[in-house]
Design a protein around this ligand. Structure first.
Ligand code: SF4
Length: 245
């Protein structure tokens, strides 16, 4: 596939050649299987709570004042989310890091710059999509989120998903994917499969976290394959085709 020359720099940041072969995903067959022959997985949906029905402004205020878990005591500020409130693509990471905690915006450190390059390689600016995290407060020392913290924060994320109502969600990294999809499956098994989130069966794809890609640049090509798959799936959704059984 030929890539627009203006994207070459972003592809270079991803460690991807200008020309990339891709396998277009097959149409979901009648068997209920989809891309890569993997079964589509239905995962638990949102539970009603105090964030239900809040508009953007009220939800943002509720999160900013939240003290539900211990992370409130160590945060500089909450990191709510950024981008278009009506985006068709939604990217969900794990939790704010040090730079995000300082700036109050998700994915603004080195990993964030790589995510921005990944988006631009797809033809998006950050403002075209919606970006948030499973947790709205930074875990001290960038440790992994604890299950109870993710549970406490879950309904904020679920309300964000409801409000944005994206066509496609991309979970960024293992922790985000496992939390979002309610699974302990490894990332390698979660990639390449369209997952159905909640009763609305919103399509979710999974890719690597850019922080991992910075540590393991050899995996950037796989991340690019994930994004190409996401673009192909999105195209099918836009054409009204089914990607889920
Ligand atoms: S991480 Fe979520 S649940 Fe915990 S204090 Fe922050 S906003 Fe509240």
């Amino acid at each position: 596939m030929a890539i627009d020359p203006r994207h070459a720099a972003y592809l270079d940041a991803l460690g991807v050649d200008v020309y990339v072969r891709r396998e277009l995903p097959a149409r979901a067959p009648e068997s209920g299987r989809t891309t890569g022959g993997q079964p589509v997985e239905a995962v638990p949906g949102p539970a009603p709570g105090e964030a239900a029905g809040l508009d953007w402004s009220a939800l943002r205020e509720r999160v900013a004042a939240c003290t539900r878990c211990e992370l409130h005591s160590t945060r500089t500020q909450t990191v709510f989310g950024v981008g278009s409130p009506t985006a068709r693509w939604m990217f969900i990471g794990e939790a704010p890091g040090a730079e995000e905690d300082r700036q109050g915006e998700p994915f603004v450190g080195r990993a964030g710059q790589l995510l921005t390059s990944m988006l631009k390689a797809l033809g998006f600016a950050r403002e075209d999509v919606y970006i948030t995290n499973v947790l709205k407060c930074r875990p001290p020392g960038n440790r992994d989120p604890r299950p109870e913290e993710a549970r406490c924060c879950r309904e904020y994320l679920e309300r964000q998903i409801e409000l944005v109502a994206p066509t496609l969600i991309v979970a960024i990294g293992r922790i985000a994917a496992q939390n979002l999809l309610g699974t302990d499956m490894p990332l390698a098994k979660l990639r390449g499969t369209v997952h159905a989130l909640g009763p609305g069966r919103r399509p979710v794809l999974v890719t690597y976290h850019p922080a991992y890609l910075l540590r393991s640049p050899g995996e950037k090509r796989k991340a690019w394959q994930d994004l190409l798959l996401a673009r192909a799936i999105f195209g099918r959704l836009e054409r009204g085709e089914s990607v889920l059984p």
